[in-house]
Ligand binder design. Structure first.
Ligand code: DC
Length: 216
């Protein structure tokens, strides 16, 4: 089974890189952040409080989610744009810190891998929790200012300062939470993408896989 784990903070280039690596290798790609965002969307749609542990857990277990061709359909509603919007982005860290929500998402992620016999997964805890036996674990980082600039370019309705503050707040919550905090696996290959193009990062990962430097 061929599983590639790509973890790292927001704006490190994970999604673009993971997608491109999957294309090159002919594997499917799973954006696990979109799953946590979809749970936050479900909670907000039901007028729930993202900090209410029980409510979010029930919402997560009941959530019908389809992630196909870049479209995110949550409980029958196309939420592709909303899950990237400011409300969901504000609520997602609380939902992602909820151990019951994480248990449900991790189990869905493992099921996804089993059903396909492998894939490229991108998130915060793929190499540490979801699939520690992955063939290759990559931890992407980048300077905080570079990451904020990248995110500010993606979201057109927020200014740089707001994006930078939100990113820094999420970095803190994601790295200091009790369950599965954002951290690199001991055997992860760390790539600082601050000065690299997407193509350079993808090439580096594909080379690591073919050179056998990746863990077998
Ligand atoms: O990668 P992203 O910004 O779309 O992720 C959204 C949030 O979900 C982020 O605040 C961290 C969290 N997340 C997580 O806790 N574990 C994952 N495997 C993926 C994302």
């Amino acid at each position: 089974m061929r599983v590639i784990a790509i973890d790292g903070p927001a704006g490190s280039g994970k999604s673009t890189v993971a997608r491109a690596v999957a294309d090159r290798l002919g594997l499917e790609y799973l954006d696990t952040g979109a799953m946590y965002r979809s749970v936050a969307f479900t909670v907000l749609s039901a007028a729930g409080d993202p900090d209410d542990l029980e409510f979010a857990a029930i919402a997560a277990r009941a959530m019908e989610l389809s992630l196909n061709d870049d479209r995110v359909v949550v409980n029958g509603i196309d939420a592709t744009l909303q899950i990237r919007g400011p409300e969901v982005t504000r609520a997602v860290s609380a939902v992602a810190a909820n151990p019951m929500v994480r248990r449900e998402m991790v189990s869905r992620q493992r099921e996804w891998i089993e059903r396909r016999g492998g894939g490229v997964l991108e998130g915060r805890d793929i190499g540490t929790v979801v699939f520690p036996e992955a063939e290759l674990k990559v931890y992407l980082t980048a300077d905080a200012n570079v990451r904020a600039q990248r995110r500010a370019k993606e979201v057109t309705d927020l200014d740089y300062q707001t994006v930078a503050e939100d990113l820094s707040r999420r970095d803190t919550v994601d790295s200091t939470r009790d369950v599965a905090p954002l951290t690199e696996a001991d055997d992860a290959i760390i790539i600082d993408t601050s000065m690299l193009t997407i193509e350079e990062v993808v090439t580096r990962i594909v080379e690591l896989l073919s050179s056998g430097d990746a863990k077998r």
